[in-house]
Ligand binder design. Structure first.
Ligand SMILES: Cc1cc2nc3c(=O)[nH]c(=O)nc-3n(C[C@H](O)[C@H](O)[C@H](O)COP(=O)(O)OP(=O)(O)OC[C@H]3O[C@@H](n4cnc5c(N)ncnc54)[C@H](O)[C@@H]3O)c2cc1C
Length: 498
């Protein structure tokens, strides 16, 4: 059998994962095309005068998923980066004088809950036992399903599991069965915000995220999250993946129902037997393909619930900061009005919630000595107008609060500042409506109800990444690449070399 040429588009976690799986597990020759001049997609980094900024993800959760990824290639994360567990895992700030440091140790965490609400520690045991079960079935089985047919989910064992997995109950109701104190409820509902909706609209299946948070912990790769990408690129190249940067795809040309040629903006044409695209799904569907080959209509895309976009600030501060942890969640304003401004009535929120990360508190390599690297994130509705004035206005809104709550002057010490929002997500990643995290994991956008990993009209065209199965986030994107590679191996009956 002649060697097949696989072209993968996009060097985010999903594209790198798909390309590396195919390069190792099959005899295919794999080329990866990336529009930007560096790898990682939303997890790129940039440097400025000794500050090294991770541009997107900052939370390293589910370390077992990374271990499993590297183990597939006979490697370990420690072959590429040094991982440390953060303790406290993170801080939650409820107001000027109300702050919780979330301890990494489970018993210390339970004691903290008991002090807030007597009996909550014991309830946590029960809550976590269920969450553990969901995590094991969810992360080790469900998320690996390609979701091409309902029959993947209809084995009797799995149907019983679905009920135990709480897919028809909201996360919000589920949490309130165990805890009644407002602060604890908010803390337990926080992890599902990663899934792009509020706890009212996320199935309780995702209390598996609480297991990831509380039991498995919050980790950090020294030198920054981008070290994961660096390791993945090294591994991909070791396996023979040829990566081309500044190689923006302009069209996937289709002949006789097959993607035949990939045409780059530069005019270069690359022939392909199989195409996997890890670029934003909507961009591929609506801009890289002739409309007659799109998988979904404009109406379909417009009716999707997108996960939020974000306004980000990367700051270099010329002094050490106090009263902050590596990860800080600012819950000093109620969630309701902000969630309304993201999902129901899209607009800039009046009192935005925000998150601040200060990785230089853990890692001296990401800022010059005596200085601090600060990353601020305000979740926002997709598709907002993000003018310089609005960015600046919100910078001051959150800085007022940050300075007041932490009791220090910060703005006058900012020696580097870069903002990033919708228009950057669009121009850097072709992100639909400037989304940051893809599609929200609502019940109606889960598993077979997500955009399919296979094109229905173009036989050899597959999709991977945060807009298809299993969903948004670094671990799911890693898994997504492996899932699509397996489907290709099955569909083409390729001999498995590994
Ligand atoms: C601000 C922010 C914070 C986040 N925080 C976390 C976190 O803390 N923890 C976590 O687990 N997850 C987090 N996430 C989510 C996580 O980063 C993403 O889910 C994940 O990185 C998506 O990977 P991907 O491979 O699907 O897509 P991407 O990373 O977007 O990769 C797609 C790639 O395709 C390329 N591309 C697009 N169009 C073309 C074209 N025409 N030709 C060639 N290449 C093209 C893009 O340049 C990009 O490199 C965060 C995301 C953001 C934005």
């Amino acid at each position: 059998m002649s060697k097949k040429n696989v072209v993968v588009i996009g060097s985010g976690f999903a594209g790198l994962s798909a390309a590396t799986h195919l390069a190792q597990d099959t005899s295919c020759s794999v080329t990866l095309l990336e529009k930007n001049d560096s790898p990682g997609g939303r997890a790129r980094k940039f440097e400025h005068q000794g500050f090294i900024f991770d541009m997107g993800p900052s939370w390293y959760w589910m370390p077992d998923v990374f271990e499993e990824y590297f183990a597939h290639f006979g490697k370990k994360p420690s072959d590429y980066y040094d991982l440390i567990r953060l303790d406290p895992s993170y801080a939650v700030i409820y107001g000027e004088k109300e702050k919780l440091d979330i301890p990494a140790d489970l018993n210390a965490f339970k004691a903290m809950l008991d002090e807030i609400e007597p009996g909550a520690g014991k309830n946590l045991d029960e809550f976590l036992a269920q969450a553990k079960y969901k995590y094991e079935v969810g992360i080790h089985d469900l998320v690996k399903k390609p979701s091409r047919s309902i029959f993947e989910f209809t084995s009797p064992g799995l149907l019983v599991d679905m009920v135990r997995m709480d897919i028809f109950q909201s996360m919000s109701k589920h949490v309130k069965k165990y805890f009644s104190d407002e602060k604890i409820v908010r803390l337990m509902e926080f992890p599902v915000l990663f899934l792009g909706e509020t706890a009212e609209n996320i199935p309780a299946l995702y209390s598996l995220m609480n297991y990831a948070d509380i039991a498995l912990g919050t980790w950090y790769p020294m030198n920054g999250m981008h070290e994961i990408i660096k390791g993945m690129v090294q591994l991909a190249e070791e396996k023979g993946v040829k990566i081309q940067y500044s190689a923006e795809v302009e069209e996937i040309e289709v002949e006789n129902g097959q993607a035949k040629t990939i045409r780059l903006v530069s005019g270069e044409r690359i022939s392909a037997d199989i195409v996997v695209t890890g670029a934003d799904y909507h961009h591929v569907d609506k801009h890289l393909l002739n409309p007659k080959y799109s998988n979904y209509s404009d109406e379909y895309w417009d009716s999707r619930v997108m996960a939020p976009s974000s306004l980000l600030f990367y700051l270099g501060v010329d002094k050490k900061l106090k009263n902050l942890r590596h990860h800080n969640l600012f819950f000093d304003e109620p969630l309701g009005p902000h969630a309304d401004a993201i999902y129901r009535n899209p607009r800039w929120p009046e009192k935005p919630l925000f998150y601040a990360s200060v990785p230089s508190l853990t890692d001296p390599t990401v800022a010059p000595e005596g200085m601090e690297n600060v990353f601020l994130l305000v979740p926002l509705a997709p598709d907002l107008e993000d003018s310089e004035e609005m960015r600046e206005k919100y910078y001051h809104i959150i800085m007022d609060r940050l300075e007041k709550i932490t009791g220090q002057e910060i703005r006058s010490h900012v020696i580097f500042k870069r903002s990033y929002a919708h228009s950057d997500f669009k121009s850097d990643y072709h992100a639909f409506k400037g989304n940051a995290y893809g599609l929200a994991n609502t019940l109606m956008q889960t598993a077979i109800l997500k955009p399919s990993l296979k094109n229905k009209k173009v036989k050899n065209l597959y999709y991977t990444g945060q807009l298809t199965v299993p969903g948004p986030g670094v671990p799911p994107s890693l898994i997504s690449g492996g899932v699509v590679a397996n489907e290709i191996i099955k569909d083409y009956n390729l001999p498995r070399l590994n």
